[in-house]
Design a protein around this ligand. Structure first.
Ligand code: GAP
Length: 520
């Protein structure tokens, strides 16, 4: 469960401002004032996101012998969401402040606090003080004053008047109140998080469909198609990546919780323990395997192990069908929060789809000579939350020659740009020509850029801030010695390399940095 441990090395505001400044992530629909809960990836962010997705796909599909990848639709038959339980149960409790802010909250996100009720008394006319119809709930008089000044004064028409706040004796109690204006909250009401749209040209006669709130169901409904065409026996997995939509009540914390986001999910179908042959991993052993493997994946891509931890959901809080759920939590600047969930879903989903579709999705086990519904272990992670974790973990501020240097020490395979070729003098055509040619040669093997839009110091700073592992300068000496200088992002060390060996050297460095595949 999330707690409030704070990081001292980076704040969310720092990451947000770096993202905006360097073209990583922008607020969605920015020129129209934004659309809450949406974010757009800019030129650098699009590369980073793509690299994160590729790294996951490589580790989960291409490097393995036991997982197939698919790409299902965003729009699924409405019965899918009845079968999965989303129509009935995919809800959050919503409540509103009765105070002037009218802010809306997820009731389960509001913490209980000990508060007292404060009366608002207009004492402008001392002889005839007037108590207003207002209830401010706050832990202290100071906090009540803050609420009053920010929200209530104007709403009650008390600007310019003398006002006294008075604690009502005996009113102190522990409860949930608006953390923004101290107002009482409405009773929670359940709110379905699925977004809907209509299919068909005439709205009145068209069918209501849901935008998928998770990618997982697209996998379950393709279980039989994928298994038979890939000629798979248990255990094996099906993975997919793609957009999901949730009408989150309180999207917040940048790309941590948004209304449109991407997921990377894998459903690993395995034998229930009673059908396992000697030496085969049981379902619980696969659950354990995926917990560890998924955490390792983040570490292999450079996340500090100390910023990751497991949170095992207590047995009494598990869904009735789940035999275990573990979150991998990351220490974001907002505290420990869920990054990925790994769930043992039993045979719930396939059984539900069998019932609702009337199709037999059981597996025939040739060794046990019987049919049964496989068990499923599901590692499910958000792309955007993963990007945010990589950004926060890579962010460094250093002092170099009395100046602040900001570096994004991303794993080389995640770095949006691998190499930047910079001519030392933009007004020397021979240098420019060589630099262009080198950038073009590199581009055939990795994402490389050419840049001559500033002094060398400024160009280094820009590349450091977006995490480019190598900057290559072509200088006047290059014309004589046919060599260039390669500067390493993290150490800032420089080495002189013959220009015609640069591609080979950087390719070898990149290859050497490739994360090892998982033990299977
Ligand atoms: N199929 C299971 C499933 O969807 P989930 O815990 O609801 O489980 C999986 O979602 C992951 O998707 C989360 O761990 C998180 O990384 C990401 N995610 C969920 N809701 C999100 C949101 N509103 N914004 C960004 N990422 C989200």
């Amino acid at each position: 469960m999330a707690d409030k441990t704070q990081r001292s090395d980076v704040t969310l505001d720092t990451i947000v401002s770096l993202c905006k400044r360097r073209g990583i992530i922008f607020p969605g629909s920015d020129i129209y004032g934004g659309l809450q809960g949406t974010f757009d990836y800019g030129p650098i962010g699009a590369e980073l996101k793509r690299n994160v997705k590729d790294a996951w796909w490589r580790a989960m599909v291409q490097d393995r012998f036991d997982i197939e990848g698919i790409d299902s639709c965003l729009l699924l038959h409405p019965s899918v969401w009845k079968a999965s339980g989303h129509v009935e149960n995919f809800t959050d409790p919503l409540c509103d402040s009765l105070g002037p802010s009218r802010k809306r909250y997820r009731a389960d996100h509001i913490e209980e606090a000990e508060c007292a009720r404060f009366l608002v008394i207009d004492v402008t006319d001392e002889a005839a003080p007037r108590t207003l119809e207002a209830e401010i709930w706050a832990p202290t008089k100071k906090k009540a004053k803050e609420f009053f000044q920010q929200w209530w004064e104007k709403a009650l028409g008390l600007e310019g008047r003398r006002v006294k706040l008075e604690e009502v004796e005996g009113s102190r109690t522990t409860g949930r109140f608006s953390p923004d204006d101290g107002g009482r909250l409405t009773e929670p009401r359940m709110f379905n998080l699925m977004l809907t749209t209509t299919l068909g040209p005439v709205e009145e006669s068209s069918a209501k469909v849901y935008l998928r709130p998770e990618t997982a169901q697209g996998i379950f409904i393709n279980f039989d198609n994928a298994r038979t065409t890939a000629r798979r026996k248990l255990p094996f997995g099906i993975a997919q990546q793609g957009k999901s939509f949730r009408n989150e009540i309180t999207p917040r914390n940048f790309i941590f919780r948004t209304r449109e986001f991407e997921q990377m999910e894998m459903e690993f179908f395995c034998k229930p323990v009673e059908f396992c042959q000697t030496g085969e991993r049981t379902d619980m052993e696969w659950f354990e395997y995926w917990r560890n493997e998924r955490l390792d994946w983040f570490v292999r891509l450079g996340i500090n192990r100390e910023n990751l931890r497991f949170y095992d959901h207590p047995k009494e809080k598990l869904s009735h069908y789940s035999r275990g759920t573990t979150d991998i939590e990351y220490l974001y600047p907002i505290g420990w929060q869920e990054l990925e969930g790994i769930a043992h879903r039993g045979n719930f989903d396939l059984t539900q789809h069998m019932e609702h579709s009337g199709k037999d999705l059981r597996y025939f086990d040739p060794e046990a000579n019987t049919h049964y519904v496989p068990y499923v272990i599901e590692p499910a992670v958000g792309v955007d939350r993963t990007v945010l974790a990589f950004l926060c973990d890579a962010y460094r501020e250093e002092e170099v020659k009395d100046r602040k240097r900001v570096v994004l020490a991303l794993h080389k395979h995640l770095a949006p740009i691998k190499a930047a070729v910079l001519p030392l003098l933009a007004n020397r055509p021979e240098l420019v020509e060589r630099a262009h040619k080198l950038a073009a040669d590199l581009k055939r093997h990795m994402n490389a850029v050419y840049d001559d839009t500033g002094a060398i110091g400024k160009l280094y700073r820009r590349q450091d801030e977006i995490g480019t592992p190598w900057c290559i300068t072509v200088d006047v000496e290059s014309l004589d010695d046919q060599a260039v200088t390669i500067r390493e992002r993290d150490s800032m060390e420089q080495r002189r390399v013959p220009i015609d060996r640069v591609v080979e050297v950087l390719r070898a460095d990149l290859e050497a940095a490739a994360p090892a595949p998982a033990a299977q």
